[in-house]
Design a protein around this ligand. Structure first.
Ligand code: ADP
Ligand code: MG
Length: 267
């Protein structure tokens, strides 16, 4: 449902919730007594790249998981393209934080990517040549086509991360949620991943990534969402990635010397 709002100037704007690829309202999540995410709203802009930024334990992963319905919030809700998560689940691809994925049994890289095609494969899971070709094309896009027959567990962390991105690409989603895609990866992987994410954006897709490296925020992202259990601020890098907002997010954990080296918005 799109709610059109007429402004005084007669300009028609649309309701941000129904237009947004991901809108979170009043989200509170708790694992114990203390909430990990408290009463948080987020409105993701379509066709942009948004960084979720905050210190360790700030609730970044929890916010994404609650938005995806992986964990049940105490309060609040998320809508995807204006509808329930259930209605649009196939439009979302999620790449979890790498450490959270364990490969207990040997799995071929190509088969990991093939998992992204499960909807196309249908109940019978009949793999045809076109599926294999598609999975290979996704691997090629992240520079991993030569590794298709290797075991995922034998790859470096950065190589694994690229394979997980290839699996997300195979889903052909509209909204990509990535939890720390650059954490602990080599420079070549970081380059490969950012170039794929930027090409997704060029295709009009929406990218949201938890990001830990403040030095690359301005170069990589359009928008930022700053969180420390509660939302601190959200908006464009130009207006919102300010030293004031970073101090409010990190408190004393970020030295002024570090802030001085960042490509920050004036504000
Ligand atoms: P971030 O991703 O920003 O580092 P998390 O969302 O992982 O933060 O964690 C937020 C808070 O919730 C932290 O205090 C963390 O210890 C706690 N937490 C996260 N996952 C669990 C869990 N499965 N059980 C209990 N506490 C958790
Ligand atoms: Mg996390």
């Amino acid at each position: 449902m799109t709610l059109a709002l007429a402004t005084e100037q007669g300009v028609v704007t649309t309701d941000p919730i129904s237009e947004s690829p991901l809108a979170i309202r009043g989200m509170t999540v708790s694992y114990g007594e203390k909430p990990a995410v408290f009463s948080t709203d987020m409105t993701v802009a379509e066709g942009a790249m948004t960084a979720i930024i905050g210190p360790n334990g700030a609730g970044k992963s929890t916010l994404l998981k609650a938005a995806l319905g992986v964990i049940k919030p105490l309060a609040g809700q998320a809508t995807v393209y204006g509808a329930s998560l259930k209605a649009h689940r196939n439009r979302i691809a999620y790449v979890p934080q790498r450490a959270s994925v364990d490969w207990d049994f040997p799995t071929r890289v190509l088969d990991v990517v093939m998992m992204g095609l499960y909807r196309e494969l249908g109940l019978l899971r009949r793999v045809r040549a076109r599926h294999t070709e598609k999975a290979l094309a996704c691997l090629d896009r992240v520079g991993m086509a030569d590794f298709a027959d290797r075991q995922i567990g034998q790859l470096s962390g950065g190589q694994q991360q690229r394979v997980f991105l290839a699996r997300a690409l195979a889903q052909n989603a509209d909204l990509y949620l990535l939890d720390e895609p650059f954490a602990g990866v080599d420079a070549a992987t970081e380059k490969a991943i950012i170039s794929v994410l930027k090409s997704l954006k060029d295709e009009g897709k929406t990218v949201v990534a938890v990001h830990h490296d403040l030095a690359t925020v301005a170069e990589y992202f359009d928008n930022v969402f700053l969180i420390n259990t509660r939302k601190v601020a959200e908006g464009s890098v130009a207006t919102t990635f300010t030293s004031e907002n970073l101090s409010a997010t990190y408190g004393g954990r970020l030295a002024m010397a570090q802030i001085d080296q960042l490509d920050l918005a004036a504000g």
